[in-house]
Design a protein around this ligand. Structure first.
Ligand SMILES: NC(=O)c1ccc[n+]([C@@H]2O[C@H](COP(=O)([O-])OP(=O)(O)OC[C@H]3O[C@@H](n4cnc5c(N)ncnc54)[C@H](O)[C@@H]3O)[C@@H](O)[C@H]2O)c1
Ligand SMILES: CC(C)[C@@H](O)CC[C@@H](C)[C@H]1CC[C@H]2[C@@H]3[C@H](O)C=C4C[C@@H](O)CC[C@]4(C)[C@H]3CC[C@]12C
Length: 368
């Protein structure tokens, strides 16, 4: 860790800094980057909690802006030493159009890259996703794979397509000359399913369970393993990469890293129960309570209902053909590339991650 005697001279920009992951990255930077002079938080929707951050020694600049607007991005990036680009539409529920997902996730990322080049920012970290790899449209499992594991990364859904395109833009931009004549250094981090304080889907499951009398019903076989990673460790990896990218540019530039920690490999539902169980919910069934073909039918029905109801209201349930396919396909990573390349070790143990998440769900109970 850089010693605190170091002068505070760096300017960081976090796009999507008010999101689930973004907020943790912002708070982690303020806690663990002693060289920070200014922290810019760029987001379409600024959170009220930002005000509490403005009382510390670091200048916190909240910027309400849209990554699809190149001029807004350039104004926010100008003068920054490091950009951490987490902003994006994480929509696998059909809430927004494919065009909008592309515009935000791909064109927005291109705007960030061009802003770095035009204004002279040299270090860009992109929050990619496991979904850049899979599960693919064939539903092939990815079992404890790493960054070099061969896998046919073929997608059709707008979200993974957009993340894959954006990641490629970021990696291809590595080495481009920025204003001032020095090279841009980029890398991409691929979290698996992030959990922790602020995870809206976890809250949705919790509220669903409360509505069903404290029960959730198993839909996916327990044997289907899903990789999950605690949000605090994902944030820590972003902070560490940002710190190490300058003097390890030759090794890290243009690289991708899965985000991982010591969270156990479990099915998506069993993993969620690690937190929802201590909060009073019970997962009914040791095996799926209904046949898979019926789930497929219900998922298709949800898609039809979403389409029919769209003129009246947004109907976006958790179950749709894509989420069912992802939930039902093993996707876990086992790698140490981040440790080998920049000394990453999880900041939070599994026990700490679990305790923090349970504590948060319990507070969410009040907001049911
Ligand atoms: N949540 C996960 O499990 C997960 C896993 C892997 C990767 N990721 C990636 O991490 C990043 C953050 O995801 P999250 O789960 O925190 O999502 P989130 O929706 O909580 O946060 C995204 C943030 O981006 C902002 N944003 C959206 N469109 C914008 C625009 N046009 N201009 C400016 N800001 C905009 C939103 O307001 C929000 O604050 C995304 O890029 C996502 O693809 C998430
Ligand atoms: C209704 C049941 C079938 C239930 O089990 C569905 C769960 C489903 C909503 C989730 C299962 C796997 C999740 C995805 C995974 O954790 C990784 C993701 C990558 C990230 O970039 C964005 C979020 C997500 C797509 C995540 C979304 C929810 C699931 C599909």
């Amino acid at each position: 860790m850089a010693n605190s005697a170091q002068t505070q001279e760096l300017v960081y920009l976090v796009t999507g800094g008010c999101g689930f992951l973004g907020e943790h990255v912002v708070r982690m930077l303020l806690q663990r980057e002693p060289r920070l002079r200014e922290l810019r938080i760029f987001d379409l929707h600024l959170g009220p909690w930002l005000e509490e951050l403005k009382t510390g020694p670091v200048q916190v600049t909240a910027i309400q802006g849209d990554v699809t607007q190149a001029h807004e991005v350039a104004a926010a990036v100008a003068g920054a030493h490091v950009v951490i680009h987490t902003a994006g539409l994480v929509d696998v529920f059909g809430k927004t159009s494919p065009e909008t997902i592309h515009e935000v996730n791909v064109q927005g990322t291109q705007n960030v890259i061009e802003a770095c080049v035009q204004t002279g920012t040299r270090f860009l970290i992109y929050t990619s996703s496991m979904e850049v790899v899979g599960p693919n449209i064939k539903g092939q499992p990815f079992y404890r794979g790493n960054e070099n594991t061969p896998y046919e990364a073929v997608h059709r859904h707008p979200y993974p397509c957009s993340k894959a395109l954006a990641e490629r833009l970021v990696l291809e931009a590595n080495g481009r000359e920025v204003l001032g004549g020095l090279p841009l250094v980029t890398c991409a981090l691929r979290p698996t399913g992030i959990y922790g304080e602020g995870h809206q889907i976890m809250k949705d499951f919790y509220h669903q369970g409360l509505r069903l009398g404290g029960r959730l019903f198993r839909a996916i076989p327990a044997s289907v393993e899903h990789g999950r990673v605690y949000v605090g460790n994902v944030a820590w990896m972003h902070v560490l990469v940002a710190r190490e990218l300058e003097h390890r540019a030759a090794l890290m530039g243009g690289q991708v890293y899965f985000c991982y920690d010591n969270s156990p490999y479990k099915s998506y539902e069993d993993f969620n129960m690690e937190f929802l169980g201590p909060c009073g919910l019970r997962l009914v069934g040791t095996r799926p309570l209904m046949p898979y073909w019926l789930l497929v039918l219900l998922a298709a029905l949800n898609t039809l209902l979403q389409w029919l109801l769209r003129p009246l209201l947004l109907y976006a349930p958790l179950l749709n053909p894509y989420t069912l396919a992802v939930a039902n396909t093993t996707f876990t990573v086992s790698t140490d590339k981040a440790r080998r390349h920049f000394g990453y070790e999880p900041l939070f143990s599994w026990e700490e991650s679990r305790t923090r998440t349970i504590r948060w769900v319990r507070t969410a109970e009040g907001s049911a």
